[in-house]
Design a protein around this ligand. Structure first.
Ligand SMILES: [Ca+2]
Ligand SMILES: [Ca+2]
Ligand SMILES: [Ca+2]
Length: 284
């Protein structure tokens, strides 16, 4: 039985497909000026995949990695905020107070408090909405979307989920204030993402931009997490529930004692040269 007029959110829970864990956002909760839904700030989805040692993140959205040019805003553009990972099981503000958040700065031109793109631990988060023509809190954002005929969502979380503070002044903590750099990120082309099995279109997530990058899982803990990011203006946001298996650190795994390496190399070297010489002699 269906109810006419009752609009269903695109996806209510994390969805696994082809090794990617997807969170699909509302397609009608991006705010661009007075326009609601489908504009410059519409986020469609985020997906995360892991191998034994790498994690992959992909974002489908209408916002380019250079941001939305807007004179007078922080660094002259309204960009992506930073991508936060919370393994603590606590809500965002508590994890932030405890400095247990991890975060990734992936937009080089944004207002992040850390100097370079990469993975950070012991992160303290800040709000940059006021310097990016944005919403002072999520409650105002949600009401604006509803008033404009859209359906607000936070991907795997409801729009008003208490995981995030909903009210107050400048409470959308969307940017890294400080953190300790623990890893680099490597950007991936849409072609590489496609080879890795990424397919947002199966969920009708067809934003103009697909952004992807990888990082070493050794930079983060294993276990369940909630990850999220907002636009710097909080004109859209999305969260995903996921988990990482314990990583296999390739550097630790395959490094025998130096003396053993030297001995092995010498042994193989001598034997190898001997064989090659004998072979050459026979061929001549
Ligand atoms: Ca959206
Ligand atoms: Ca900015
Ligand atoms: Ca959203």
């Amino acid at each position: 039985m269906t109810f006419a007029g009752l609009q269903q959110a695109p996806a209510a829970a994390a969805t696994l497909h082809g090794g990617w864990n997807y969170a699909i956002d509302s397609f009608t909760d991006g705010v661009t000026g007075t326009h609601i839904g489908g504009g410059e700030f519409e986020f469609y989805g985020i997906a995360i995949k892991e191998t034994s040692d790498k994690a992959y993140v992909a974002i489908n959205s209408n916002l380019s990695l250079t941001g939305f040019a807007a004179p007078g805003t922080g660094r002259g553009n309204v960009n992506y905020g930073d991508l936060f990972f919370n393994f603590s099981g606590q809500n965002f503000n508590t994890a932030n107070t405890n400095r247990s958040l991890f975060a990734i700065r992936f937009a080089e031109g944004n207002d992040s408090g850390v100097g370079t793109t990469g993975v950070y631990s012991h992160v303290a988060a800040k709000s940059v909405t006021s310097t990016n023509l944005g919403f002072r809190n999520l409650n105002l954002y949600n009401s604006t979307v509803v008033f404009g005929g859209g359906t607000p969502s936070m991907g795997d979380l409801a729009a008003d989920d208490p995981y995030f503070q909903q009210t107050g002044i400048d409470t959308v903590l969307n940017s890294i204030a400080v953190g300790t750099k623990v890893g680099e990120i490597n950007f991936l082309t849409p072609e590489t993402l496609s080879v890795l099995g990424l397919d947002f279109a199966q969920f009708n997530a067809t934003g103009s931009q697909t952004i992807g990058f990888s990082f070493d899982k050794s930079a983060m803990p294993s276990g369940a997490f909630i990850a999220n990011f907002f636009a710097e203006c909080a004109n859209d946001g999305i969260a995903i529930k996921g988990s990482f298996q314990p990583g296999v650190d390739p550097d630790v795994e395959a490094v025998p004692e130096p003396s053993t390496v030297l001995g092995t190399l010498l042994a193989f070297g001598v034997l190898g040269i001997g064989k090659a010489k004998r072979k050459n002699h026979r061929q001549k």
